[in-house]
Design a protein around this ligand. Sequence first.
Ligand code: ZN
Length: 184
Amino acid sequence: MRRVFLIAGHNGAGTGAKKYLDEGAETIILRDDIVDWLSINYPDLKVITDRNRDNLTLAGGLLIWLKSIFQKDDICLDLHFNASNGTATGTEVLIPDNCSALELEGATDLSFLISNTLNLKNRGVKAESQGQHGKLAMLSGFDCENFLAEICFVDNQKDATNYRQYFYQLSEAIGYWLIKTANR
Ligand SMILES: [Zn+2]
């Protein structure tokens, strides 16, 4: 079975996009709830997380640490929330420009699962250079299987409402996806 890295893309309240949801806080809350669900429902899965003080937006210690321990077969899921003009809605999953078959298939599956669980639009899979952040540090230069999920938009009220309403179903859906992907 593959190892799983589950990374909160930000490190606490106010460190990400913010309106109806605070990305910096929510990525940590969601990461921890998925870890709880996995520890109860699938204790054999090896899950490695970042620490709340890590800041992925700086090419600092976390990236160096991850790079030193990532193996080719590992799965890495980086959690983020999107922001735009208040009307954009839905879920998208980013993968490296030169993606593997597993990354493409896994991201297609994950984007559908999250959007379906939240009852929001499925914006589908994007290559990292198509994303609004351009080249993303998490996806570049790592050997492992890389996924970056933009769960929904923090500045869309319906996205935020649905995220709150379906939070536990979302943790479970991502948990199942991690188990399935780790077993591929
Ligand atoms: Zn982010």
